[in-house]
Design a protein around this ligand. Structure first.
Ligand SMILES: [Zn+2]
Length: 577
């Protein structure tokens, strides 16, 4: 004899008295066994009891009937530790403007009507793992301050996350979106994990900001995938993801992510400006693979990510186990911090030469070199002149994409091996700086050497790519500007970048004529002080918007100085350069 039969007046789930003919209480009885009126009355009483006794909002396995709007029906706008695990909402569920303090657990919950979480704030962790949304799910402008877990969730209707903010890890791994999905203007402050997710209809990521790593590994886009003006600040993974429908992509990704993947569909750091790839996707770009230690490091990051995911998965978020939950959460947070720091190093390592990059992972002292606010540096700005005309002569967008990205990868390579730090890849150019603390006292020469080599390479590369164009333009080339002076290193969205007056002038000078290398006054002075014989300049002028004409120095002849001083940290490796 089981317990149920022994005590048939109590609900087998919660021990409350059974309701009418049901063997369950009013909350756990099925929709057919109760009326909306009596259910809402009981619910109101229960909420009063919660408020009076300061209990958790425990709605586990509740069967909500009728439309429930927490604010209007129940006068609830703040839910402290809400447990809706396995609950089912037979009608519409309205949680707009609701603040969830503590945890919000909707694991395996079923929403048969609309689920409206518009402008809701989740102050702690939110868990929608395995939840089913039968109709529209509206999370528009919601704020998730803790981890947001939608792992294996099923959105059968439309899902709307427009303008939502995810401050921490957002996990949509293995989620299925059957209806149109809207992530327009959403911000993922940390990692966005959409691995193995499926989008059956349109997926709109227009102007979505991915500040952390964006993981779309093996994601399937069966409908229109719209990534127009979305920004990927910390790289991502599109390995083996498939785009079966149309795509609209402005690939302006300052993206140093997984370059090694043969099936990567997004290129790296390329700016295709409003280009539309209609079923001309994926682009496979011939990019240089990351070196071994970086691959190892990335693996470590993936491991950490998986650990964080596993921890989240194994959490049994029940009121009785809250203490244990807290501990595990702290562990996750600790791991998360490590993960995030590691990503910063990986990002920096992709901007400098291989040996430097590897050294970053091994030496704290070396890493600390970059922990400064101000530094003297040579700044190099390269602009591909007439890139629009080149683009218009390309036989296909894909061919142009290949031309530009392989060119920029090679130029970045030249800069890195000259001990420069690649700051940005702008789509039609590259910005780099050569800080004295890293490049050494002869930073200006490494900048000049890079400029010269990039100029030579451009010619060769354009010639090699002739078959990609319908017309070969005679008047093409780079414009290169160099300035020297005090710059500031700042972190924008966890990414190290250089700002300051020399950056502004280097960029303006890159407006130079085809093939010209122009130096501003201070860069010119620095370069003639030590190795006067190595360079020859012609004084010239450049017209600058709002400033009028300025004097510039055009590099005519350049020989790499024999007595150059290499950076301190590279000395034992010097013979390989
Ligand atoms: Zn019950």
């Amino acid at each position: 004899m089981n317990k149920e039969e022994k005590d048939s007046t109590k609900c087998p789930i919660c021990g409350r008295p059974t309701h009418k003919e049901s063997k369950y209480c009013i909350f756990h009885a099925s929709a057919e066994e109760k009326t909306v009126k009596e259910f809402k009355k009981a619910l109101k009483e229960y909420i009063q009891e919660i408020n009076e006794e300061d209990k958790d909002y425990d709605f586990e396995r509740f069967v909500f009937i009728g439309d429930i709007i927490f604010e209007e029906d129940l006068n609830v706008t703040i839910l402290k530790n809400a447990f809706f695990k396995d609950a089912s909402f037979e009608g519409n569920a309205g949680f707009w403007n609701t603040t969830f303090q503590g945890v919000a657990v909707f694991r395996e919950a079923t929403f048969k009507g609309f689920a409206v979480f518009r402008m809701a704030t989740f102050e702690g962790e939110s868990d929608f793992e395995g939840a089913t949304f039968k109709r529209s799910a509206v999370f528009r402008e919601a704020t998730f301050k803790g981890f947001a877990v939608f792992r294996k969730a099923t959105f059968e209707g439309e899902s709307d996350f427009e303008g939502a903010t995810f401050k921490r890890f957002a996990v949509f791994r293995m989620a299925t979106f059957w209806g149109k999905t809207e992530f327009r203007k959403a911000t993922f402050g940390r990692c966005a994990d959409l691995e193995d997710s499926i989008f059956q209809k349109e997926a709109n990521f227009t102007r979505t900001i991915f500040q952390g790593y964006a993981n779309f590994k093996r994601a399937i886009f069966n409908g229109f995938a719209n990534f127009l003006e979305s920004k990927f600040y910390s790289g991502g993974n599109f390995k083996k993801s498939s785009f079966k429908g149309d795509t609209n992509i402005e690939v302006n990704l300052d993206y140093y992510g997984d370059l090694k993947q043969p099936k990567t569909v997004f290129s790296t750091g390329t700016d295709f400006k409003k280009f539309r790839f209609y079923k001309d996707f994926p682009i496979t770009l011939n990019l240089k693979p990351a070196d071994d230690s970086q691959i190892k490091y990335r693996k470590k990051i993936v491991d950490l990510e998986n650990q964080v995911n596993d921890l989240l998965k194994t959490l049994q978020i029940k009121s009785s186990q809250k203490a244990a939950f807290k501990e595990e959460l702290e562990e996750i947070n600790k791991k998360w911090e490590i993960l995030n720091n590691n990503k910063k190093i990986v990002d920096l390592s992709n901007k400098i030469c291989e040996i430097g990059g590897n050294k970053l992972f091994k030496s704290t002292k070396f890493r600390n070199l970059f922990e400064r606010e101000k530094c003297f540096a040579a700044v190099l700005a390269i602009d591909i002149r007439r890139s629009t005309e080149i683009m218009l002569k390309a036989k296909s967008p894909k061919k142009y994409a290949y031309f530009i990205s392989s060119l920029c990868v090679k130029m970045m390579d030249i800069i890195k091996t000259n001990f420069g730090v690649v700051d940005k890849f702008t789509g039609d150019g590259v910005l780099a700086f050569f800080p004295e603390f890293y490049t050494g006292p002869d930073a200006i020469y490494f900048a000049l050497n890079s400029a010269k080599k990039c100029n030579n390479y451009f010619k060769k590369h354009y010639d090699n790519c002739r078959t990609s164009f319908s017309t070969i333009l005679k008047e093409v080339g780079l414009g290169i500007g160099i300035d020297y002076g005090e710059t500031s290193l700042v972190e924008i969205n966890d990414v190290l970048t250089v700002v300051g007056i020399p950056v502004v002038y280097a960029c303006r000078l890159s407006n130079a004529n085809l093939g010209e290398i122009l130096l501003n006054q201070s860069a010119y002075e620095v370069s003639i002080v030590k190795h006067k014989k190595c360079c020859q300049y012609n004084e010239s002028e450049l017209n600058i918007k709002h400033e009028g004409k300025i004097t510039v120095y055009k590099l005519e002849k350049y020989i790499f100085p024999r007595d150059i001083i290499y950076p301190e940290w590279i000395k034992k490796w010097i013979n390989i350069f």
